[in-house]
Ligand binder design. Structure first.
Ligand code: P5A
Length: 444
């Protein structure tokens, strides 16, 4: 792709309305454009990153056997009246009337809708467990939308729902999502820590928030530092060790402020291991048993002729919020360098030819390199403008493709100036460059 033809409206300076670095960068490189308070259009660069994040989230859901569906954004108020949440949800719910004067709403979450789908489709314990998810826009009329897409009114969420025959089976499903979340965030190069959390309007009494550390985060957290050294691997997906895996995390004190108990914190965490800080909630999982199934009559036949309400949990990931969370974690705002993880980068590599009016040989060379990279499924962005070298580098550092090739006077013959963004330049052949990037892609 040629930069001159891409829709990447870059601003020279940080927009004054943006208070945190993710919001600043997203506006600066034209990833998003505000439509109204807390509501954004996603422009090509931002959209590309969000879709790549969505894909990783999807792959990890599929890996644990969750099945993808798509529920509507607009829901009928009837099901919310059945669960009792129509009134409880309050002002955050965007209520709409259709032309027949029927009360509808823009879904802030989908516990009711999924319970309605389940109860009208499945009747036997033999169909359980069921893990269903969708990735869909939500609307919450937040009182204080802020920090761009971090706390939007309209936002993109992956929400999954589990249906089981017993509490024991349901905890197994809960633990599967717990592990899948650790894996998802790891692939996004984020360290997200599970923290015991409050359940708020979703309900139930077992819940974990997945939080990444950031000064600009809105969640206050209290943890034992040693939790950051834990690592989960795939072999733990086995039934018994899944439970152990969650226990391993729960052995370390780690809670959000609603669950904080000073006395306990000081008793179980030695002073040198205490960490009180802020973080961004990128995911949240809940177990609420039969809260919705009982209120809405979602039951299954058990062996022996009895019936019971299904045991349910729900599991959310803030897909649009993750775009901002990755920037908060990776953007060096002092040096104005963004380095996207290769797995979600808007482009794999930036080609920066030094062009002047009378000599287009560097651009021609860039196009040849581009074609070779394309053949290898490497997505490159060429800066084909006639700006000076330092402003080209500045722009590409903001866009944040993890690799760069500079094509100038020094690139003689088969060797090119290649670098990983923010690091030293090396002179390498194109074959070697392709090999490095392909290898990195496989690791992702
Ligand atoms: C779990 C899935 C739920 O809604 N119901 C279905 C449960 N949980 S939650 O914690 O309320 O939201 C899940 C994740 O969505 C992101 N999120 C937001 N992102 C941007 N702007 C918002 N206003 C917003 N609200 C929630 C968070 O990442 C949260 O963990």
């Amino acid at each position: 792709m040629l930069l001159s033809k891409s829709f990447v409206p870059i601003l020279k300076n940080n927009p004054s309305e943006a208070k945190i670095k993710s919001h600043q960068l997203m506006l600066r490189v034209g990833m998003i454009k505000q439509a109204s308070a807390g509501i954004y259009s996603w422009l090509p660069l931002g959209f590309k990153v969000m879709k790549k994040i969505e894909d990783i989230v999807r792959q990890e859901q599929n890996k644990i056997g969750a099945q993808e569906i798509l529920m509507p954004t607009i829901q009928s108020s009837d099901i919310w009246k059945e669960s009792g949440r129509y009134e409880d949800y309050g002002e955050e719910m965007l209520r709409i009337k259709d032309r027949q004067n029927r009360e509808m709403l823009y879904g802030p979450t989908n516990e009711e809708q999924i319970t309605e789908i389940f109860r009208s489709s499945l009747k036997s314990y033999k169909s359980l467990p069921q893990l269903l998810y969708h990735i869909q826009w939500k609307f919450r009329d937040e009182i204080r939308p802020r920090f761009g897409i971090m706390r939007g009114r309209e936002f993109y969420m992956k929400d999954a729902y589990s249906f089981d025959v017993s509490d024991e089976q349901a905890f197994y499903s809960y633990n599967k999502f717990f592990l899948s979340y650790l894996r998802t965030f790891k692939r996004l190069e984020l360290t997200a820590i599970p923290m015991a959390a409050d359940t708020g309007p979703i309900g139930g009494n077992l819940s974990h928030e997945f939080v990444i550390l950031a000064d600009t985060g809105e969640s206050k957290i209290f943890t034992d530092k040693r939790i950051f050294d834990l690592n989960s691997n795939d072999t733990e997906l086995e039934k018994n060790s899944l439970q152990l895996m969650r226990k391993k995390y729960e052995n370390y004190y780690s809670v959000t402020d609603e669950k904080f108990n000073k006395e306990e914190f000081e008793k179980v965490v030695s002073e040198k291991n205490r960490l009180i800080t802020k973080g961004i909630e990128v995911g949240h999982i809940f177990y609420f048993g039969d809260k919705y199934s009982k209120a809405m009559g979602a039951s299954v036949d058990l062996p022996g002729g009895k019936k019971d309400f299904v045991k349910m949990g729900s599991y959310g990931i803030g897909v649009s919020r993750l775009v901002g969370a990755i920037i908060e974690a990776k953007y060096d705002d002092k040096n104005e360098i963004m380095k996207w993880p290769l797995s979600v980068a808007p482009y794999d590599i930036a080609l920066i030819p030094m062009i002047n009016k009378n000599d287009t040989s560097a651009l021609d060379k860039a196009i040849t390199i581009y074609n070779e990279l394309s053949k290898n499924n490497i997505d490159a962005l060429i800066d084909d403008t006639e700006e000076n070298f330092s402003s080209k580098i500045k722009k590409m550092n903001l866009i944040g493709a993890p690799y760069q090739i500079i094509i100038g006077k020094k690139s003689d013959g088969d060797l090119f100036e290649f670098k990983e963004i923010g690091k030293e330049t090396k002179n390498l052949s194109l074959i070697k460059i392709v090999e490095i990037i392909k290898k990195q892609k496989i690791l992702n």
